[in-house]
Design a protein around this ligand. Structure first.
Ligand SMILES: Nc1ncnc2c1ncn2[C@@H]1O[C@H](COP(=O)(O)OP(=O)(O)O)[C@@H](O)[C@H]1O
Ligand SMILES: [Mg+2]
Length: 342
């Protein structure tokens, strides 16, 4: 899918603004604080139904208003589509394609984007929950059925936790009762674990190929550890705490560089390299698996990259669509880009 036009209504600092994009490289320039990142955030939101910056929808609404709309004209094989995400203060977004309401997963399936953002550096150096959230989005972009599996799991988890809150001891009656909830939870966890394993295995393979290709001396990979159910011991602990202490909501992903955790030992440059390698691998994998070229979004990260990375990225964006923000036009990109001045 190509992004042809974007309209932002009461989104962040935009009251009503239209943008036109070329099918190749687009560069959004302007001073700090003019709203460059906000544009990428709206495109990411359109694709994933979530913001990379906040969990709270209300921050996306222009401060003087009560709701927003992000409307995009997309095109594939000469056919045009109108994708729309609306929010009016309710619990959920309203998502539609050509004015017919659709499930938000349709956007994920049909319009994958890969965002490179300075926020990613914080994420991989931060809490396991933050890394899990990023990977959950990326895995759902790769295997769209994953989003549904996560929702089903989350429902089963809520139910088991509600039961645990009321249980105060593990007698025979409670044991039987709890078991059926545990079985359901394990069943719903299985496809999530399977997809996570597969995803990490494939991404690590691609990262290896890319690193060799760039002659990087670093050995970078992602480790996945499963927080598994361990029978009676888990049940006793769960009852004591009053919630489920195992399962995919507690699995961890670690970014590892030369056998060390990046978050503990890595320099800022190494964090950045890890993010770029990971995202390039993600782009490759989604492109291959889904047979679409994801739209590339680059938020202000171009300037700080070393030459090998810049060359690699330049190669990648040569024949696909990208939207790049920068205070100044990066010289590696040359004259081929469409410049959008804010
Ligand atoms: N909900 C909102 N309503 C109005 N303005 C907002 C909202 N959220 C953020 N902004 C404004 O958007 C601007 C930041 O935009 P941003 O896209 O981060 O800028 P840039 O990337 O160009 O530096 C800030 O001036 C901020 O006050
Ligand atoms: Mg910015």
């Amino acid at each position: 899918m190509l992004l042809k036009k974007l309209k932002l209504v009461n989104f962040r600092n935009y009251k009503n603004r239209d943008f036109n994009f070329s099918d190749g490289i687009n560069i959004i320039t302007g001073k700090n604080g003019v709203g460059k990142t906000n544009i990428l955030e709206s495109i990411f939101l359109l694709s994933t139904s979530t913001s990379h910056k906040t969990n709270l929808k209300k921050y996306l609404v222009n401060r003087d208003e009560n709701g927003f709309a992000v409307i995009a004209r997309l095109q594939e094989n000469k056919v045009k589509y109108n994708f729309e995400v609306k929010y009016s203060g309710n619990l959920n977004y309203l998502t539609s394609i050509n004015a017919s309401s659709v499930k938000r997963d349709e956007f994920l399936k049909n319009f994958p984007v890969i965002l490179f953002s300075p926020k990613d550096i914080e994420i991989i150096g931060g809490s396991p929950a933050g890394i899990r959230r990023m990977l959950n989005i990326n895995i759902a972009q790769t295997y769209p059925e994953y989003a549904d599996a996560l929702r089903r799991y989350s429902r089963a988890l809520k139910e088991r936790n509600a039961l645990l809150k009321d249980l105060d001891r593990i007698d025979e009656k409670n044991r039987i009762f709890l078991k059926s909830f545990t079985d359901t939870l394990k069943k719903e966890a299985a496809p999530i674990i399977r997809k996570r394993k597969l995803f990490i295995e494939k991404i690590n393979q691609i990262i290896k190929i890319e690193s060799d290709d760039m002659n990087l001396k670093n050995d970078f990979k992602i480790d996945y550890s499963i927080s598994a159910y361990s029978g009676n011991a888990s049940d006793i602990k769960d009852i004591k705490y009053g919630y489920t202490t195992w399962g995919p909501q507690r699995d961890t992903f670690e970014f590892i560089l030369n056998l060390n955790f990046i978050k503990d030992y890595g320099s800022r440059g190494e964090h950045k390299m890890a993010v770029i390698l990971y995202k390039l691998a993600l782009w490759n994998y989604i492109a291959k698996k889904r047979k679409v070229d994801p739209l590339i979004l680059f938020d202000d990260v171009f300037g700080e990259l070393d030459i090998d990375m810049r060359t690699k990225i330049k190669e990648r964006i040569e024949n696909v669509q990208s939207v790049i923000t920068a205070t100044e036009i990066p010289d590696v990109i040359g004259k081929k880009a469409k410049v959008i001045k804010i």
